[in-house]
Design a protein around this ligand. Structure first.
Ligand SMILES: Nc1ncnc2c1ncn2[C@@H]1O[C@H](COP(=O)(O)OP(=O)(O)OP(=O)(O)O)[C@@H](O)[C@H]1O
Length: 276
């Protein structure tokens, strides 16, 4: 799916009167099948950007087009159909606590099902092998029949991501998919998402706090700050200076190794112990 945002401004309905808009005049084009990481300090507007593209939040100014259509001008039924082609994974997946993992994962298919089929699948999971395969790619196949509320936070996050592999979507919008994962799981999850989107020809837009993961895995990096575009570059062209400006006064959020053009940090000297 193609995304075309022009001069987009958005404000949360619950924002304080007088608060700055969460997005300010943002212009961004993403073409079918691209894989884009959105980085930036906390409060930069990353989640808001995904919500706007997912047609979950209308714009106050500017335009959004998805595959050439303006979602908010579509008739209700066409907007519903369009939303069925979008997969938005929030940072904390809304999984009903007593639900089995198999049902939670198969819920990724609900947009492609009629009402009767959807209700039936809540009680009788219809394609258990597909759920198994999706979970297996996140190393969670052994949790297939576990209850969601018996999973750790990281396991729940991966169940939320496994849904993408079953969703009938041509645009994946994934919000901070690694926040509850250790480094090894994080790399596996991001590799699985990138490969899954590529196999399905889906466009992938992911927000990430882990700058080093974004630079290592994504071909295109969008830097957001204060709701505006700071840069939009191929990963190989993102320099230490770009990152320093993006995270100025938020340096604690800029973790991980520096990009390629940065000299390595000095190796600490070994501590010498004197024994008597
Ligand atoms: N539910 C809300 N109600 C009111 N204002 C909100 C709400 N959610 C976000 N905002 C405001 O919108 C701005 C952008 O928030 P957003 O969540 O998009 O940033 P972010 O870059 O995703 O941050 P983080 O990395 O911390 O998740 C912030 O100034 C925030 O205060």
């Amino acid at each position: 799916m193609n995304i075309d945002l022009q001069g987009a401004s958005a404000r949360h309905p619950a924002a304080r009167p007088g608060a700055a808009p969460a997005l300010k005049g943002l212009t961004l084009r993403v073409t079918h099948g691209e894989q884009v990481a959105v980085i930036g300090p906390s409060g930069a507007g990353k989640t808001t950007l995904l919500q706007v593209i997912a047609c979950a939040m209308p714009l106050r100014a500017g335009t959004l087009q998805l595959d050439g259509a303006s979602p908010w001008q579509l008739p209700r039924s066409a907007l519903q159909r369009l939303r069925g082609r979008l997969f938005l994974a929030p940072q904390v997946p809304p999984l009903p606590p007593r639900q089995r993992v198999v049902t939670a994962v198969l819920a990724g298919r609900l947009p492609a099902m009629g009402l009767w089929q959807s209700l039936r699948s809540l009680f009788y999971p219809v394609d258990i092998p597909a759920a198994f395969e999706a979970l297996d790619r996140f190393d969670l196949a052994d949790k297939l029949f576990e209850r969601v509320d018996r999973l750790s936070g990281g396991e729940r996050q991966r169940v939320g991501l496994a849904r993408a592999l079953l969703a009938p979507a041509s645009l994946w919008l994934i919000d901070e998919p690694l926040s509850a994962l250790d480094p090894a799981r994080a790399r596996q999850a991001i590799d699985t998402l990138l490969a899954g989107a590529r196999e399905r020809g889906a466009t992938l837009v992911t927000t990430l706090h882990q700058v080093e993961v974004a630079l290592e895995h994504f071909p295109r990096i969008v830097g957001l700050r204060d709701g505006a575009l700071a840069f939009d570059l191929p990963a190989a062209q993102v320099t230490r200076e770009h990152l320093a400006r993006l995270y100025e006064q938020h340096e604690d959020e800029l973790h991980g190794p520096a990009p390629l053009d940065v000299a390595p940090l000095p190796v600490p000297q070994p501590v010498v112990m004197h024994c008597r």
